[in-house]
Design a binder for this molecule. Structure first.
Ligand code: ZN
Length: 239
């Protein structure tokens, strides 16, 4: 059977959430995973508490004495209580703070912190660490593979150059009405040749190679390294 390698953005936005999906795909988002059950959270599949050596349901059972909780997501507080990891005064999450005249700005959780907030404690649990994203599970279930671009590195994603070329074509050829756009956008996609797409790909490969050599993006050495490849592969993208 053909083995397909998918390449995807590494983003929660690339992996849509469906209500009832039994996975903590988006559990980090406080809006969908609060300390108490709200009935709006995506339901998660069972986890496994490695410390206590037992599986843990993420949803209240259908025979729970409190009928309002039956079938509802437990929420991070209850999950941690059952794991004996909740403590009085524990905050749900660390929010980034803007700088004030008195205090400097702070990021969310400190990078080396292990128990600053409920989310950090939970995300470091073995079963949560082992949880793959929905996209990866779906692709691997069909015996294909998926690779993720590193976050915040659009220069490594050659589809960005494709979008750029298509947008350039659209800007140059559009009559600036909705009807025109509907005609121009499909034309714009077709205007980018396969050989251009291959060049965009090679450009990204060379960028990765420059990183692997330890060169920092934006430096003269990096530009020189890319220039060397540029002579081998001409880059006419408009970005
Ligand atoms: Zn934290």
């Amino acid at each position: 059977m053909e083995h397909i390698v998918y390449v995807s953005l590494n983003s929660i936005y690339a992996v849509p959430i469906e209500t009832g999906t039994p996975l903590p795909y988006n559990w980090q988002k406080s809006s969908t995973f609060s300390t108490s059950p709200t009935g709006k959270q995506p339901l998660m599949r069972d986890g496994f508490d490695h410390q206590l050596g037992r599986p843990q349901a993420m949803v209240y059972p259908d025979n729970h004495p409190d009928t309002t909780k039956r079938g509802q997501a437990k929420g991070v507080k209850q999950i941690l209580i059952e794991r004996r990891l909740w403590r009085a005064g524990l905050r749900l999450e660390c929010r980034p703070q803007k700088a004030t005249s008195k205090k400097p700005a702070t990021t969310a959780c400190a990078p080396d912190s292990r128990d600053c907030c409920a989310y950090r404690i939970l995300e470091l649990q073995r079963d949560f660490l082992a949880q793959k994203g929905k996209l990866q599970e779906m692709v691997e279930a069909e015996n294909h593979s998926v690779l993720f671009y590193p976050k915040f590195h659009c220069e490594l994603n050659f589809i960005e150059r494709f979008w750029c070329a298509a947008k350039y074509y659209t800007r140059e050829n559009c009559g600036y009405t909705l009807a025109d756009l509907r005609l121009t956008i499909p034309e714009a996609f077709h205007s980018v040749s396969s050989s251009s797409i291959h060049k965009y790909y090679l450009h990204c490969v060379h960028t990765i190679e420059a990183y692997k050599e330890g060169l920092a993006y934006g430096t003269a050495a990096f530009a020189q390294r890319m220039q060397k490849n540029h002579r081998q592969v001409s880059d006419s993208s408009k970005w």
